[in-house]
Design a binder for this molecule. Structure first.
Ligand code: 13P
Ligand code: SF4
Length: 349
């Protein structure tokens, strides 16, 4: 069968199911989802907006989350007790989220406190992490952040204690620290496999922001050469990148922001603009087809295979087995701690 015909059939079946379930069903889609998935969703957003949406909806019974696992898990933590959160593919993980686990972070936190003093650091976890790490933060006076509120969260964390242990994304942490005016010697990278994260005690005592050595393989593919190449090809272009990109890439771009900030930047640009984007390719291609009056170009092609695991077939199977298939469950004790850290983030806005 012709693939498009097949897709149209699947789309129609999902629409029928949506009509049947009405306001009982809420389909949330992350900006990196393929355009046919986004078009079937009730709301598309960045990680922060999606978690806020999941926390706010009281009416629906089923939340189907088209994104990666940590996002659906956060929705399950924030949802009301009568709501069930499902993900069309439970194997849609996130490489970066796998770069930090509770035991290793706990050991790092204790080592840092042994050098800098007990109660000297606030743990700050990026949304791209599992529930247990969020719970670790909730239990120790810490907070969660996303790419859209990292600066507010770091400022909040510094208002609690003099140092911040930021994990798992070193680049988001570095870019945020830089925006807040921290100097190079006030930020150190923590290599989890080395004693004191590979730092000497004096450097740790001086540091304010300690950055876990994690990263996103989709965004660290972008280099200074890609920016220079695009600048030469399209001198009139504006370049916007995601803050998971390395500092040298962000420094050469015209703007930087979360996926929703990127979407807004494109939406608000005048017709005829040329915009080069450094983020996941499905989002860039969707924006290019949504705004044909603007020239939208990728900085370099980079795909998130985890996000791409969500297909029309799997979405259909999920809505046909609503409340039953691929239900995202979180241990109650972990949920309680993670909820504290997520609520602190939601309060920051
Ligand atoms: P946003 O919060 O900007 O949507 O980013 C999520 C993400 O995983 C980017 O790689
Ligand atoms: Fe994780 Fe990177 Fe994919 Fe975002 S783009 S979900 S950080 S692997």
């Amino acid at each position: 069968m012709d693939n498009r015909l097949h897709d149209e059939e699947l789309i129609e079946k999902i629409r029928v199911k949506k009509r049947e379930l009405g306001s009982q069903l809420l389909i949330l889609t992350h900006h990196y989802q393929k355009k046919e998935i986004v078009s079937l969703g009730d709301f598309a957003g960045d990680s922060f907006e999606l978690s806020r949406k999941a926390a706010a909806d009281r009416e629906c019974r089923y939340i189907v989350f088209c994104g990666v696992h940590f996002m659906a898990e956060s929705a399950a933590i924030l949802a009301k007790p009568h709501q069930v959160v499902q993900i069309p593919d439970e194997l849609a993980g996130c490489w970066m989220a796998e770069m930090a686990d509770t035991q290793t972070v706990k050991s790092a936190f204790e080592q840092l406190e042994s050098i800098a003093g007990k109660g000297s650091a606030t743990p700050l976890v990026y949304m791209n992490s599992d529930a247990e790490l969020k719970s670790f933060c909730g239990d120790r006076g810490g907070v969660v952040c996303t790419s859209s509120n990292a600066a507010k969260a770091v400022e909040w964390a510094f208002a609690q204690r003099e140092k911040v242990l930021f994990f798992p994304d070193r680049h988001l942490g570095h870019n945020t620290g830089y925006d807040l005016g921290l100097k190079d010697d006030e930020m150190v990278v923590w290599a989890a496999d080395k004693p004191l994260g590979g730092n000497d005690p004096e450097a740790l005592r001086r540091a304010r922001l300690v950055l876990w050595d994690g990263y996103c393989l989709v965004h660290t593919r972008f280099t200074r050469d890609h920016i220079e190449k695009r600048r030469a090809e399209f001198p009139e272009a504006k370049i916007i990148v995601h803050p998971e990109c390395p500092r040298e890439v962000v420094a050469l771009a015209d703007a930087c922001g979360s996926t929703s900030r990127i979407e807004k930047y494109v939406r608000e640009a005048p017709a005829g603009s040329t915009i080069v984007i450094g983020t996941e390719i499905n989002m860039i291609e969707r924006l290019a087809s949504q705004y044909p009056d603007k020239k939208i170009i990728e900085l370099h092609r980079s795909l998130c295979p985890n996000m791409a695991k969500i297909s029309l077939e799997k979405l259909l199977q999920t809505v046909e087995n609503v409340g039953e298939m691929n239900v995202v469950r979180v241990d109650e004790e972990i949920k309680a701690g993670a909820r504290v850290a997520l609520d602190r983030m939601l309060a920051l806005g």
